[in-house]
Write a protein that binds this ligand. Sequence first.
Ligand SMILES: [Zn+2]
Length: 472
Amino acid sequence: MPKNELEKALEQVRQITKPQIKKRPLQLTTKVKIVPTKEQEEILWVLSENCRLIHYFANKERKEWWDKNKHLPKKKRDKENKSTYNKQSAQLPKLKEKYSRYKQNYSKTLQDILKQLEADYKSFHALRKSGDNNAQPPKYKSKEYFTTMHYNQSGFKIEGTKITLSHFYPTRETKEVDLTFEMQGKFTFTGKKVKQVTIYRVHKTKEFYLSIIYEQNTPEYFDNGIYQTIDLGLINLVAAVNSHEGKTITIKNKRVDKYWQPKIEEVQKKRDHYKKYSNRWKWYNDKMWKMIRKQANQRKDFQHKVSKKVVENTRANIIIIGDLNVKEMSKSKKNDKKKDKSLHRNMQSSGSLGRFARFLTYKAQLAGKKVIRISERGTSKRCCYCMKKENRKLSERTIQCDCGFVIDRDTSGTANLMQRLLALLALSQKRLVVRQRLLKDFREKFFSDTQPNVKRKFLLNRSCADSQGITS
Ligand SMILES: [Zn+2]
């Protein structure tokens, strides 16, 4: 293990024994469907259109300035740009006086448009700065798309399963329609502190949703001396081992794409027979996107279920996952191209392991547990028994080591991660005796569980910490 990596891993491991100093509630986001009435939908579109108009005028002003001044030196341009947001946002009250239509909006929704535009211009200028001369200023928004709007604490009210979003009536003549919606689904916000509500519309399905950010208190964490390491992968989503019994579990990944991909490709083929944007083409196109969304949802559901199960079914308060370097994984080697290619395609199409790790992390926190990442460099290449390192193809699922030991590759990987963890833990506490014992105990339990016929003497006498490249 390189020195800087070792130091980083040690720092991570020190987190295990650290009690929480300042408890901060966890911020979670949930998605809720709402079904507006026809009258409500009309109002929502008016509010959205107001946002779009603000965006249009603010963007126009910025664009014109850019066209005139793009030849100025960068410093001058930056200075001017920085003050644009403040200037534009100061104009909002005057605009509301002049055109009463803008009074209908909860004022943060309009402010946000200017803020977002500012951010978009920032990234545009950054692109230009980095030498990308093809970068274009942000585009105008189409009338067809509903503008996503944010409401903070003074802009909404939640009572039971009902939520009301603020809006105002510019004249007495306008018919008053409340933006009160029944929140669909089982989720309840009773007793939770809701921080922000965002309304958006999925263009393809014409459905409205709320994205709700709320705070959740979590139980206090403590180090109970029981650990679990997990090797995350695409074939086995989870291969895990615990420290106190050496017990392993593996959970196979659900390859939803095996069911959906052929169906999606078939519909796509049919679609491409027709002229682009013709009615038939659109029909097949909608059908295809429906399938793609279903596939993505199934994948996500499965990850939610598995991450929940993993957290609930372990006594460990610490869950260790490898610090995955996805880039390293996707570098395919020539001689193993074919099989690896399909692996990588699956990985890229889902981007799924990173998300799974995020699910695991927040679910653990909700249960008073911690997820910690340590470097998994080399853990999948070593035989977990004799620690011999060998270059293995990604498609090789079983390790058959020269020492005679045979084991599933992912299980070996997670056992190696556990051995690394225990070595690091001992090292961080500078207690040599503990270090020997923890590792020996684990190895004894683990190997008697997986392969009772191996020569115990041999493995117990080895200092595995040294062969992991960790020395004190
Ligand atoms: Zn071996």
